[in-house]
Design a binder for this molecule. Sequence first.
Ligand SMILES: [Zn+2]
Length: 109
Amino acid sequence: MKHVPQRTCVGCHQVLPKRTLIRIVRTPGGVQVDPTGKAAGRGAYLHNKRSCWGHGLKGALAHALKTELTGQDRQHLLEFLASLPEETSEQQELPTKGSRSTEKNEMTE
Ligand SMILES: [Zn+2]
């Protein structure tokens, strides 16, 4: 069995294979997105999901990197966030107006 490196998304704390997450790295020049995943420096990981980035930018990311985000860092990260696809509501099951429960009631009568 191959060992797959696992990392935690600092936005939602799900543990996932490293390659499915985006690495953010703290460099002397500031906090940056690290598309290669190989840049030197302290790293943290986020999903490519806006909600995770939003949460990360509220403090989780700075905490994970043991730094504070400067205005410029935040700007760069927000630009990246804006490039992510809009989230769909696929995980939310919308109620379907109770048509099924009506049918069920008719069946039992
Ligand atoms: Zn996440």
